[in-house]
Design a protein around this ligand. Structure first.
Ligand SMILES: [Zn+2]
Length: 310
């Protein structure tokens, strides 16, 4: 290759796919929002970005202990610019975030102030154009909702605790109460999260769901993992019991996507108006941040939704 071609030109496709090339920013969008030209939305992945603390270059969008604030802000600006979430002067729209506490608290967001009050909660709804509601996740379920008639949007953060507290169902209830949204006008999307394949939970989690939902048994699966550590290394688990009596029992796996889909449907949405983005955060840590698969030391993705000014 002649030296002159090594200058900073646009890399060819073959260069892009090489290990050395940084990956392009990846934005995941939901089919259920396709018919809404006034809507801006995205589910981010970890690919591209300027953070370097989680291996390679990543798009960490959360102020995590390992990362530097300036890099996170640069990543956020990259995402918003890629979405066209900028005003006439090229400034990015305000990003509305609550301090997420695994609750069912939903805030209605008004005109953004220069120094917004810090909010605590797990849902935001608004009809104000020119801002983005944001949910940060690394395994939990991000749920985005749009009212196609009234131009209202909502963003909800549903980990298992928020799901038990019915954050998604209550969030839609707030859209109805505050804006008069009618369920048949609502479109929803469930973003990348830890899926049933990887989300083993303790019996106390199942007990919480059983205390709240008549359909709880449909959300859990007992998994007899042939690859579990006690099967692969039986000598580690030698005990006084007779062979076949030292079984640790099945793992219980929770399906948070099904749980939140059910809440959307119970709130009146039709199944065909709900998109579920493919991918399990814990299965695919080259593409997603996963709190569980990376033992808590990981970045954050964002689900964002907003209304274009007319
Ligand atoms: Zn998985």
């Amino acid at each position: 290759m002649p030296a002159t071609s090594r200058r900073k030109t646009r890399p060819s496709l073959s260069h892009r796919s090489s290990v050395a090339a940084s990956k392009p920013l990846e934005i995941l969008r939901a089919g259920s929002f396709e018919e809404l030209p006034w809507l801006v939305h995205a589910f981010s992945t970890r690919q591209a970005g300027v953070s370097t603390c989680y291996g390679g270059r990543t798009l960490n969008l959360g102020l995590t202990p390992q990362d530097i604030k300036a890099k996170v802000e640069r990543n956020r600006a990259m995402l918003l610019n890629a979405l066209g979430a900028t005003n006439g002067k090229g400034r990015i729209w305000p990003l509305v975030q609550a301090k997420q506490i695994h609750s069912a608290i939903v805030h209605r967001v008004g005109q953004p102030e220069s120094e917004p009050e810090p909010m605590t909660g797990d849902g935001t709804i608004t009809s104000i154009p020119g801002l983005l509601l944001a949910i940060k996740t690394a395994d939990c379920v991000p749920v985005l909702v749009a009212d196609k008639k009234r131009r209202v949007v909502g963003a909800f953060h549903a980990g298992w605790r928020g799901t038990v507290a019915r954050i998604t169902e209550k969030g839609i209830g707030e859209m109805r109460r505050q804006f008069g949204s009618v369920p048949c006008d609502l479109r929803a999307a469930i973003g990348p999260c830890i899926r049933r394949c990887c989300y083993s939970v303790g019996p106390e989690v199942r007990a919480e769901f059983e205390s709240q939902f008549s359909y709880a048994d449909q959300l859990f699966e007992e998994v007899f993992d042939s690859n579990a550590i006690h099967v692969r290394y039986p000598l580690l688990f030698l005990n006084q019991r007779a062979p076949g009596h030292g079984d640790l029992g099945p793992e219980i796996h929770l399906d948070l996507v099904a749980a939140n889909q059910r809440q959307l449907e119970d709130a009146g949405l039709r199944a065909e108006h709900i998109s579920v983005i493919d991918g399990c955060t814990a299965c695919d840590t080259t593409r997603f941040f996963s709190h569980r698969a990376e033992f808590g030391k990981t970045g954050r993705m964002m689900a964002v939704i907003g209304i274009k000014p007319e």
